[in-house]
Design a protein around this ligand. Structure first.
Ligand code: GDP
Length: 443
């Protein structure tokens, strides 16, 4: 097995970390590092190439199997200059070590049983997470929350399978136990179903979510987008295209990454340029998780507003009415506005003012809760896991409706195989390769 090395940190700061993993770690480290080399200790010394000192640094050594990869490992905390890194890389290569491939450290940790596939993927999710909620989810997965739930379900399926096999040997008791077995299978399938539902919803936590603001001209859409994003110092950019195109901005809704789109109207237009913008707006509505229907609560609903309210119904996204310019209305007018809206729908209504900022923070908080409820900070945020669970659900549904015991055990075996893809116990090697290739070098 190759002993590998890689830079684990980007250059640009004061310090950089080089990671080393494999059988030759200790031997090479003792040749090039003058400090003490003891398991789980950091010591100070110099990196030397013959008589030449390449850097003064700290180094940590971890002995197999008590290391991240499960192999002998070292970390060199060096000065982050390109020249220092290059000279140490040359030294490591000259000593028979090889540059690591993307994700190779994590892959070795998986292969050596230090973590399962779901946990390894959580490492990557954690590195990629841009919002607090996403990193919290990744940390939960890293700590094994998902792996434990899957292994619980696997245990239940294995015992049921054993029960069925035993029943096959005693055909007289077979008839009696069938309803109970089917019931237990259905219960397990419900657990899987819940995981899938939570996973689909909380995927927004990892991937961020998209919100499109719709409404007739002058209701305050752009002002709303600015009020929401200015606070976060988000970048507001014009998406390439025509003048009536979509404006995109990034915001953080209480730990949830959000991309907001301010669109042209949704109505048909004879103007060619405007039609392009309208088509884009429709596309945005289709891909959005939520639509903000902006209505000016300081003036009566118009025919155009009502058209917008009816236009949005065809989109699957969750919807909220944003009652803009609320600084111009008192509580009586607000009640009247709510009554007017309730004739058309029961979407949540948020009163906001882009002028005074009233309601903006509450809007972010409530919307984050609507899109990705915090109690579902979910143990599943990964589409690969959701797909594996869907396969398991399909197999178990077939088992539940089966009256043949042989078919039942085959279906349960299929479900177990699908569940094993999540933790990596039954996953194909090429899928494992593909997963780790998406990691960065040094991880
Ligand atoms: P859009 O065409 O829907 O994007 O609307 P704009 O954001 O351009 O706003 C239209 C007009 O309404 C502008 O003159 C804004 O200054 C005004 N406006 C927007 N939001 C508010 C608000 O919260 N309060 C008040 N009083 N005026 C607002």
């Amino acid at each position: 097995m190759r002993t590998i090395y890689a830079l684990a940190t980007p250059l640009g700061g004061a310090l950089a970390i080089i990671r080393i993993s494999g059988d030759k770690t200790k031997e090479v480290l003792s040749r090039i590092f003058t400090g003490r080399i003891e398991h789980s200790r950091i010591s100070y010394g110099t990196i030397v190439s013959g008589d030449t000192v390449l850097d003064a640094c700290m180094a940590a050594y971890f002995e197999s199997p008590k290391s991240f990869t499960g192999e002998d490992m070292a970390e060199l905390y060096i000065h982050a200059s390109r020249a220092v890194v290059n000279s140490i890389f040359e030294l490591l290569s000259a000593n028979g070590l090889e540059p690591a491939c993307a994700g190779e450290f994590s892959k070795r940790a998986f292969v050596n049983g230090k973590m399962d596939l779901a946990q390894a993927e959580a490492v990557m999710d954690l590195l990629n997470s841009s919002a607090k909620r996403a990193s919290a989810s990744a940390l939960m997965q890293l700590s094994g929350a998902l792996s434990n739930e899957i292994s619980d379900i696997e245990d239940a399926l294995v015992s049921l399978s054993a029960e069925i096999c035993a029943a096959i040997d005693y055909p007289d008791e077979l008839e009696d136990s069938l309803p109970d077995i089917s019931h237990q299978l259905a219960e397990i399938n419900k657990r899987i179903e819940t995981l899938i539902d939570q996973g689909l919803r909380s995927r927004h936590i990892r991937e961020g979510c998209h919100i499109t603001i719709v409404g007739k001209p002058n209701v305050g859409k752009s002002s709303l987008l600015n009020a929401i994003t200015l606070e976060d110092r988000a970048i507001v950019t014009q998406v390439a295209g025509t003048t009536r195109d979509v404006i995109e901005a990034y915001a953080d809704f209480c730990g949830l990454s959000v991309v907001l789109y301010d669109t042209a109207g949704l109505r048909d237009s004879d103007n060619e340029v405007e039609s392009i913008g309208i088509e884009r707006a429709r596309q945005m509505c289709e891909k959005s998780n939520m639509l903000f229907i902006a209505l000016d609560c300081s003036s009566p609903l118009t025919y155009e507003d009502i058209e917008v309210l009816s236009d949005v119904e065809k989109y699957e996204a969750q919807k909220a009415v944003i009652a803009t310019k609320c600084d111009l209305v008192d509580s009586v007018k607000r009640e009247e506005f709510i009554s007017a809206i309730r004739k058309y729908n029961d979407y949540p209504i948020f009163f906001v003012s882009s002028k005074t900022n009233e309601g903006i923070n509450e809007l972010k908080k409530q919307v984050a809760e609507l899109i990705a409820p915090s109690e579902e900070s979910g143990i599943i945020t990964n589409m690969r896991h959701i797909e594996a669970l869907q396969k398991a659900r399909c197999a178990l549904s077939s088992a539940v409706s089966s009256i043949e015991y042989d078919c039942m055990t085959t279906d349960i075996a299929d479900a177990l195989r699908a569940l094993g893809e999540i933790t990596g116990s039954t996953v194909e090697p090429n899928i494992v390769d593909r997963i780790f290739e998406r990691f960065c070098v040094g991880k």
